[in-house]
Design a protein around this ligand. Structure first.
Ligand code: SF4
Ligand code: SF4
Length: 86
């Protein structure tokens, strides 16, 4: 299996972690289209609940994200992922 690394955000996205509520809709749609719909770990995006003093969520993308598809941003109901205008 190809090794994946995580990237804070591909250039094509504006990420607003403070707007993320952890619904995981982005991971569900990505895994359903590009991975294994039964495993959220196969998504190319990862949303993690922060621990300690840092309330909220952190959002990461894996290096094999096909950022051209932008489905995660289209399906995010809270505007935490926005496609950058070019
Ligand atoms: S851009 Fe596409 S491949 Fe990348 S995380 Fe979003 S849905 Fe998954
Ligand atoms: S980025 Fe959007 S879709 Fe993904 S968990 Fe956060 S609020 Fe939900």
């Amino acid at each position: 299996m190809q090794q994946r690394y995580i990237d804070k955000a591909p250039d094509k996205f504006q990420v607003s972690e403070h707007s993320c509520c952890g619904c995981l809709q982005c991971m569900v749609v990505c895994a359903g289209v590009w991975g294994d719909e039964d495993s959220l770990n196969s998504a190319k995006i990862k949303v993690c609940r922060n621990t300690g003093d840092f309330y909220g969520y952190s959002i990461y993308f894996y290096s094999d994200c096909r950022s051209g598809c932008k489905l995660c941003a289209k399906w995010c109901p809270y505007g935490a992922l926005q496609v950058k205008e070019v």
